[in-house]
Design a protein around this ligand. Structure first.
Ligand SMILES: [Zn+2]
Length: 64
């Protein structure tokens, strides 16, 4: 017996579009911070720098 989950009808199209847009923007910010920031925004000590640096290596982005 298959169970199918349909989208919640109470979530309107505008709310769904806003949630999708916010998720995409958040993903781009995270991608920028991990992939391209190089400390310009994430300058909050060596922990954040090293975390973003390790993220670049994890994702296979060119680093050094
Ligand atoms: Zn590196």
């Amino acid at each position: 017996m298959a169970v199918v989950h349909l989208p919640d009808e109470s979530l309107g199209n505008a709310a769904l579009a806003a949630a999708v847009t916010a998720t995409i923007l958040f993903a781009f910010v995270v991608l920028y911070l991990v992939g391209f920031d190089q400390g310009a925004i994430s300058r909050s000590g060596m922990f954040m720098h090293e975390l973003m640096h390790d993220g670049r290596h994890l994702l296979g982005l060119p680093c050094h």
